[in-house]
Design a protein around this ligand. Structure first.
Ligand code: SF4
Length: 764
């Protein structure tokens, strides 16, 4: 079988790694239309895909009055994916819309005035003219690759940004996190190992949800390095976990902190941050030694089980308990729960944000593979963009750029795994180094869409990233509000419309819904799609089919068989979901049963890694600094520092100026055990310094018995919009990300955000 597959792969054109074949059957839904009148207001059914806020695309109803003003936002109860549930960030939208600090007009600033609050309002035409002229000047002098296009968490804007990047001719599209350590590593690990990305089956792929006759709730749900009630990570909603628990699912939570879900779990594994791989391998070793893996599935559909078994045998439970701080008996119990059927695993950023993120992710993903929990009801189900719509996964560079240009992508040769992450990025750390050193070539222009890297990203933002941006000839930033990044380095600012102010398409995970404009944008704001469409047409009109943005939307969704307007009339459209696709050839591009990997099987031993010179089996590596790797440093910095956990009220560095949200968490917090506080003379609410070898930040103490006394947890991405713009809103006083070194793992992915060390003491 492997021979046939390799031969076919060579004959085929480019195939996305996350391919699978959908059935032709479609379902549509919603009793109400997409717009109606109610109590003198207009109700527009739409989806909350940024800006502002997160990328979960929840179904919302936007209420506007007779003057077209936004009155309120409610959850759309008919929406089968979200069932009317909303979190407070969306409910606070009216304050966002009419906030006095919103950016309303395009603005420019003299390059000599970077860092100063000296802005001049300009027209859209002037802004576009400047960008076009300056970018083309760079292109002429240095080549198009010297302009980098970047965005924040991706969201619905990523494919448009990638398209404008490729329209301009640059192969460099970046996320400013060391080792692209948000989600992309897990996708790349899954795609190389399984030829697909999988998510927990909480019935979300069926329009009749929990009543669907072919679905069953997971017997056990693992929440691993993730707090889905707060973060609703990766389009998987926390409330689905609760819905499954109500239907009998047991819960295992792997988290250094006692989250609300951990408090309700059947088993809580309070591990030392950064040791997930050791825990997962010890669980695998237990499962194999106790003979409770799925022998049939392993024999027929997995590759490299023998080598894998030997590797995990290096992590017996006793050894893993010493590394992870999780008691032996709990590891064994977790392993036995993992070996049940069906089991789902909602994993999260904690895996991406360890330096060796890829072997860590492979260690965890192997667990649901050897237990045969793939593509079964209630297990881990393959996912991709329904109807191949490019609204989340952007185009591949090979689809739009000549090969010699693709080869100039920074880090492309060194880190081939970057082609498997769903979005083909330039390697972030090397890109920032290029800004600083001019090697392999200088970076002279930056186009940043809805990203605030000097507040958000853990790669020494003050000492590295800011200097890099300041080296550029021109920085263009698009956003909803002023940010420390704009104030520090932007030359042109473009004001972005929010989701109720624009049309668009929401398609993450298996259903499609149009985003429907409910109101006119405030000021002269334009949607990020409109901006990239208009500017992109200037660079390369052929890359943007259609005479209007709406026609372009219809083009990107052509496989659905309906135009944008026709899809809107349907409310939402689902392809039919089928389980066990690997058995009937639908999981592969060539129709041969198996998975979309070189061997056609799930590769517990990765043949691709072998080819790339990477270790083909999962492994664990101690965090660079920690109690086992640098005991001498622990004398000075005695605590393990973890960061990056989400809050109800904020999406990374956003929302700090929204009073309703700020009132929930007015200050940055450092969470520590009462014993830790007492040992350092700290009381609840005291201002403290958290310090490591890179610097120090100031936060208020929050005491909690739900955290190990050896660990402290810091809020991330803080700045103070109410403070002096010319001091960059004190972003470097409050932002723990500057304590995170710019370092990544062997694959080019991963970072150290979750497993640092520090000391903590009371501020004067
Ligand atoms: S998870 Fe919350 S902020 Fe994100 S779209 Fe849904 S309701 Fe809005």
């Amino acid at each position: 079988m492997a021979e046939d597959i390799k031969k076919n792969a060579q004959e085929e054109e480019f195939v996305r790694p996350d391919f699978f074949r959908e059935s032709d059957v479609k379902f549509t839904g919603g009793d109400k239309p997409w717009r109606w009148k109610e109590d003198g207001m207009t109700v527009t059914r739409t989806a909350a895909w940024a800006a502002p806020g997160c990328h979960d695309g929840c179904g919302v109803l936007v209420y506007t009055d007779k003057n077209g003003r936004l009155v309120k936002v409610e959850g759309d109860e008919e929406n089968p994916f979200y069932n009317g549930r909303l979190c407070i960030r969306c409910l606070a939208l009216p304050e966002v819309e009419y906030h006095p600090d919103r950016l309303l007009y395009p603005m420019k600033r003299d390059k000599a005035d970077r860092g100063k609050n000296k802005w001049q309002r300009i027209s859209w035409d002037e802004a576009y003219d400047i960008i076009e002229t300056e970018f083309n000047k760079i292109k002429g002098e240095y080549g198009p690759e010297s302009v980098v296009f970047s965005c924040g968490t991706g969201r619905g804007t990523a494919p448009y940004l990638v398209r404008i990047c490729y329209s301009f001719g640059s192969p460099n599209y970046a996320y400013y996190l060391s080792g692209a350590s948000c989600y992309v590593p897990r996708i790349a690990a899954s795609n190389t190992m399984m030829g697909t990305y999988t998510v927990p089956d909480c019935s979300q792929y069926f329009i009749d949800r929990y009543d669907h006759p072919g679905w069953q709730p997971p017997a056990v749900i693992f929440i691993w390095g993730n707090n889905p009630l707060v973060s609703n990570a990766d389009g998987n909603m926390g409330h689905w976990i609760i819905d499954c628990m109500k239907r009998g699912s047991k819960l295992v939570v792997v988290d250094p902190r006692l989250t609300w879900l951990a408090s309700k779990a059947d088993l809580w594994l309070q591990l030392r941050p950064g040791t997930d791989a050791a825990l997962a391998m010890a669980m695998a070793d237990t499962i194999i030694k106790e003979g409770i893996y799925d022998k049939d599935f392993v024999e027929n559909w997995c590759y490299g089980f023998e080598e894998y078994s030997k590797r995990v045998a290096e992590y017996p439970v006793e050894k893993a308990a010493r590394i992870t701080w999780v008691p032996e008996e709990k590891i064994r119990r977790a392993a036995r729960m993992m070996a049940q059927k069906p089991v789902s695993v909602q994993w999260g950023l904690a895996l991406d944000m360890t330096k060796e993120a890829i072997p860590g992710s492979l260690s965890v993903a192997s667990l649901w593979c050897i237990t045969g929990n793939i593509d079964i009801p209630g297990g881990m189900i393959p996912t991709h963009q329904p109807f191949n719509i490019q609204t989340w996964n952007p185009p591949d560079p090979k689809e739009m750029l000549p090969l010699d240009v693709c080869e100039k992508r920074i880090g492309g040769k060194e880190y081939p795994m970057y082609e498997y992450g769903g979005v083909v990025l330039s390697q972030t750390d090397m890109t920032v180094d290029a800004m600083l050193t001019g090697k392999p070539y200088p970076i002279k222009g930056n186009f940043m869409l809805s990203t605030n890297p000097i507040a958000c990203t853990g790669m020494q933002p003050e000492t590295k990233m800011l200097k890099g941006f300041l080296n550029a000839d021109i920085n263009v930033v698009l956003d909803v509000f002023m940010t420390p990044t704009i104030m520090a380095c932007a030359d042109i600012v473009l004001p972005v419309a929010t989701f109720p102010e624009r049309d668009g398409i929401r398609s993450i995970y298996y259903y499609v819904q149009t985003i429907n404009k409910a109101m006119e944008p405030v000021g002269e704001c334009k949607s990020d799609m409109q901006i990239t469409y208009e500017l992109g047409k200037r660079f390369n009109p052929e890359a943007w089919p259609g005479d209007t943005l709406t026609e372009f939307f219809s083009h990107t969704m052509k496989e659905i068989g309906m135009s944008f307007e026709e899809t809107r009339e349907q409310n939402w459209v689902y392809p039919e979901y089928e389980y066990h696709k690997y058995e009937n050839g639908k999981q592969r591009f060539d129709g041969i049963p198996g998975f979309n990997t070189p061997t056609g099987r799930i590769e517990l031993y990765s043949t691709l890694f072998d080819e790339w010179g990477l270790e083909p089996l999962p492994f664990f590596e101690e965090p660079e600094e920690g109690p086992l790797s640098s005991p001498e440093l622990m004398q000075e910095f005695p605590y393990v520092l973890t960061t990056g956990a989400r809050h109800w009220s904020y999406f990374h560095s956003e929302h700090r100026q929204i009073s309703r949200l700020r009132s929930l968490r007015p200050d940055p917090l450092v969470e520590m055990h009462p014993k830790t506080a007492a040992a350092n003379g700290i009381k609840e609410g005291d201002w403290c310094w958290i310090e490591n070898r890179l610097g120090k930040v100031k936060m208020r103490a929050k005491l909690s018995v739900g955290i190990d006394p050896r660990v402290v947890n810091c809020d991330h991405a803080w700045w103070y919009p109410e403070r002096d713009p010319e001091k960059l809103y004190d972003v470097f006083e409050a932002n723990v990300n500057q304590l995170v070194p710019a370092k990544f793992g062997r694959s080019g992915f991963g970072s150290n955000s979750k497993s640092l060390i520090c000391k903590v003491y009371k501020a004067e």
